[in-house]
Design a protein around this ligand. Structure first.
Ligand code: ACO
Length: 427
């Protein structure tokens, strides 16, 4: 057994701690008995050096810019499979396939995509000026008032029902939150459409399920639009113990209702340092406005007396180009070439910001590269998705990851209630 020795130089006492083996990446020192054995806590604000669990779901190599889901490289999943296959992979561990099982899973999600009619009262109670993320977190929490059966979390079948229901209903919740903000009637899911196409349909359709009429006929949702959004969802599906996933696990560790835990994940994701950054990137690009202003904003980002940060840049784990940003940047250019036209002003401006930052010693020395949020908003805008839905789109993408992590947490016999300590410095 490999160990690490910790020596207290004042008392000369030494303690051995076991090194935990892993399949990839850094090992961890088992400090779970540190306090019991030494009467000393470990101090790690923001948990930058702390592993809170053992996990088999996603692997990130921050130095190389590599991301795997259940051992599958992200690039391969994005190219070969659809988002619902990735959902199944994450929550069941079943290898993705493009066959009957894959279709069957998507059909199951579609049949579970409807909301209890009572939930509509919840949306109706909110002001139409509310941010869709606020409506979404409240509505997901409210699912716990309608679905308290099939929630014996010691039963694998019921755990699966819980996760599938959340993944199935989240696009409907996002579409309802959006339509409520516009004051327009809700569109119910169309079970004959696929998971991603149905989401776009619920956003865009007119009452009666009609698509917008144009001189050349109804503006149907194109396969290219569906493919683009599908890839965006897959790119967001899981990402280790990020802030929102850790929040889901923390809430679940108390034995709270699983939908309350998932709703807490939505709240954690909303912040601008996390999933809320995709919305802020567009605000920032619009504020920069013109290539001639880029240097001024880069200087602001470097100024420690200025709260401005380059949104969509930097990451706790990646000290290299975020592989998701790399895929998104290429996807943006590919879609543009295939006819989903990007806003060229925003796209050129983003390229310029990236170029200036990556040639600036401040960003180079700190290993600050574009992250997943830097290019996603430009693509979402080209798909006619309003800015206020950028972070809710992240929620749809991340839901299978949160569910998989929640299930892993519940099944892991070594997990305990999350209860960190503190270093008391008060009176
Ligand atoms: N612009 C300017 N400086 C930055 C940026 C940025 N975007 N990001 C980090 N830095 C600087 C910090 O000021 C710090 O400088 P210092 O060493 O001189 O003090 C150094 O780089 C390290 O940054 P930290 O804040 O310590 O890194 P941390 O891991 O705590 O934060 C975070 C990571 C929150 C993502 C940060 O980079 C940031 O705020 N980025 C902008 C918001 C963003 O894009 N968030 C989305 C992240 S991806 C996701 O969650 C989906």
């Amino acid at each position: 057994m490999a160990t690490i020795t910790l020596t207290n130089n004042a008392t000369k006492e030494s303690f051995d701690f076991e090194l935990i083996e892993c399949t990839r990446g850094p090992k961890a020192v088992d400090f779970s008995k540190l306090f019991e054995r030494t009467n000393i806590f470990s101090y790690d604000p923001g948990y930058g050096s702390t592993a809170g669990c053992k996990s088999t779901i996603s692997y990130i190599n921050g130095k190389e810019g590599e991301l795997l889901y259940k051992g599958f490289p992200l690039q391969k999943l994005v190219e070969k499979y659809q988002f619902t296959d990735v959902c199944k992979l994450l929550i069941t561990g079943d290898a993705p396939n493009n066959g009957a099982e894959s279709k069957e899973f998507e059909i199951e999600l579609m049949h579970r995509s409807f909301l209890h009619e009572g939930l509509i009262n919840i949306f109706n109670a909110f002001p139409d000026t509310a941010h869709p993320m606020a409506n979404l977190s409240a509505a997901l929490s409210a699912l716990s008032t309608f679905h308290f059966h099939h929630l014996d979390m010691s039963n694998e079948e019921e755990r699966q029902v819980m996760a599938r229901r959340a993944i199935a209903k989240i696009p409907t919740l996002v579409a309802f939150a959006y339509r409520h903000s516009l004051g327009i009637p809700y569109i119910y899911p169309d079970v004959e459409r696929g998971y991603v196409e149905n989401f776009l349909y619920m956003l865009r359709a007119y009452p009666g399920g009609k698509m917008k009429q144009t001189i050349s006929g109804p503006a149907e949702i194109t396969p290219l639009e569906v493919e683009a959004l599908d890839k965006i969802f897959t790119l967001h599906a899981d990402h280790g113990q990020n802030a929102s996933t850790t929040t889901v696990r923390n809430v679940a560790s108390t034995g709270a209702h699983p939908y309350a835990a998932l709703s807490a994940g939505i709240n954690a994701l909303w912040g601008a340092a996390h999933g809320g950054a995709n919305e802020k990137v567009l605000d920032m690009l619009n504020e920069i406005g013109d290539a001639k202003n880029v240097d001024k904003f880069i200087a602001k980002a470097k100024d420690k007396n200025d709260p401005f940060r380059l949104m969509g840049f930097g990451h706790r784990v990646y000290k290299n180009y975020d592989p998701r940003a790399k895929i998104l940047k290429k996807l943006k250019d590919d879609l543009d070439a295939k006819g989903i036209k990007m806003d060229s002003r925003l796209s050129d401006l983003a390229h310029k910001v990236e170029e200036v930052a990556l040639n600036d010693s401040y960003f180079v020395e700190r290993n600050l590269y574009p992250n997943v949020d830097f290019y996603s908003g430009i693509i979402l805008s080209a798909l006619k998705i309003p800015v206020s839905l950028f972070t809710p789109i992240f929620v749809i993408g991340r839901m299978p990851g949160w569910c998989a992590q929640l299930l892993e947490h519940i099944k892991d016999p070594t997990t305990r209630i999350t209860r960190p300590r503190q270093v008391y410095i008060g009176e």
